[in-house]
Design a protein around this ligand. Structure first.
Ligand SMILES: *Cc1c(COP(=O)(O)O)cnc(C)c1O
Length: 384
């Protein structure tokens, strides 16, 4: 019997070593890892520059507390503000904590408590972020939810307009719903959000926990649009496997997050930030994001070419290296078949296969993955 709470439905694979896109299990079988630890290992397993930075920090200083001034926090924060165009950073340990900080700050800064989020969104598992999450299954069984959250249909302009008013503290959205099925936000909806925020004084929180840190071919996915969020949250890819979250906000908000207003014992931990700093430097490298875009297009095209006529495929969509294949049937049974072939992918919702390869994935690896996936579905078409 396991000594762990059975909170996760686990795969029958026990990884022991990773390098780049490659993951090796205890039997020695090698996989192409297109899960990246659920969008975390944006630079792949054991990236040398990140490993070096963490090793050096491990030998210098592990932890001090936020009573001290830490240069590495300033450096990582300044890389984040430079990449995002926002002004201030609060460091924490996870995506849920970053969103939690965002919700607290928005409520404090506006003096209002209503937060509007979207159906099928995912914002985390703490009490506030669970309440913010527009999925019934995440909230079931936990009793009364934190009040003042409401949900609107994603990309429905009228619904958003109806839900927001003078009492709205914030609208919180993902640019591509990740857990909700790799569903991209529409340009017209973005325009509406901007308009409503201007009209009502609500703040715009963009949850970039999954879409950020280069995943979609920009440092942050909101940068694909003409959009200036008040708050952006980041985590997953930020530490490339070490737990780091960050909430980024505009300068006017900093007066509302003064000493004593919020905090975290481990937030801004030097070892984790050594990793984040190395990651941010790497994705800032000249040409890095352009290459993510090119590789994303290659993967999308490879899949479209290979799956074009497959009967079970409804749609292939995504941006950069965040790609979903929506099927007309359940996606889960295909995971194991692909695992046997040596490819690890995820699902997102019941019908979508989700591909989140490391941004460092090679063109050859993209081709093999596209071939493996195409081979799987092509069989079904040939039978016709
Ligand atoms: C994963 C995720 C979260 C939660 O992050 P944790 O680190 O698991 O708390 C929040 N928002 C989005 C969009 C996510 O994908």
């Amino acid at each position: 019997m396991s000594s762990l709470f059975p909170t996760y439905a686990r795969w029958n694979i026990e990884p022991v070593k990773g390098e780049g896109t490659s993951l090796v299990d205890q039997s020695g079988k090698e996989y192409l890892d297109f899960t990246s630890g659920i969008g975390v290992l944006n630079l792949g397993h054991c990236h040398p520059a990140v490993t070096e930075a963490v090793k050096a920090q491990l030998e210098a200083l592990w932890h001090t507390s936020n009573l001290f001034t830490l240069q590495i926090q300033e450096e990582a924060a300044s890389l984040l503000t430079g990449l995002s165009g926002l002004d201030r950073v609060f460091f924490c340990n996870s995506g849920a904590e970053a969103n939690e900080a965002a919700i607290k700050l928005a409520r404090k800064a506006t003096g209002r408590s209503k937060v509007v989020t979207c159906l099928q969104s995912f914002h985390g598992r703490t009490f506030a972020t669970m309440a913010a999450t527009g999925q019934e299954k995440v909230r079931t069984g936990y009793g009364t939810m934190l009040e003042s959250f409401s949900y609107v249909e994603f990309n429905n302009l009228e619904a958003l307009e109806r839900a927001c008013g003078e009492d709205t503290a914030a609208i919180m959205v993902e640019m591509i719903q990740g857990e909700g099925g790799i569903r991209p936000i529409q340009e017209g909806y973005i325009e509406k959000i901007k308009e409503i925020c201007q009209k009502t004084g609500a703040l715009l929180i963009v949850d970039e926990v999954q879409t950020g840190i280069g995943r979609t071919g920009k440092a942050f996915a909101f940068q694909h649009f003409n959009l200036q969020p008040d708050i952006v949250t980041s985590a997953k890819g930020l530490g490339n496997g070490l737990p780091v979250g960050a909430m980024l906000g505009s300068e006017v908000l900093s007066a509302h997050f003064g000493p004593g207003s919020h905090g975290s014992t481990f937030g801004g931990n030097p070892v984790c930030l050594a990793s984040a700093k190395a990651v941010l430097k790497e994705i800032s490298r000249n040409g890095f994001l352009e290459e993510v875009n090119e590789k994303g297009k290659l993967l999308l095209q490879g899949l479209k070419d290979g799956l074009g006529n497959a009967e079970v495929v409804k749609e292939i969509r995504g941006k950069g290296l965040m790609i979903g294949i929506e099927l007309k049937e359940e996606a889960a049974p295909y995971l194991e078949v692909l695992q046997d072939k040596g490819l690890l992918v995820l699902t997102a919702g019941p019908n979508v296969l989700r591909l989140l390869p490391p941004l460092t994935v090679t063109r050859d690896e993209i081709q093999s993955a596209a071939n493996m996936i195409s081979g799987l579905f092509a069989k079904k078409t040939q039978a016709v």
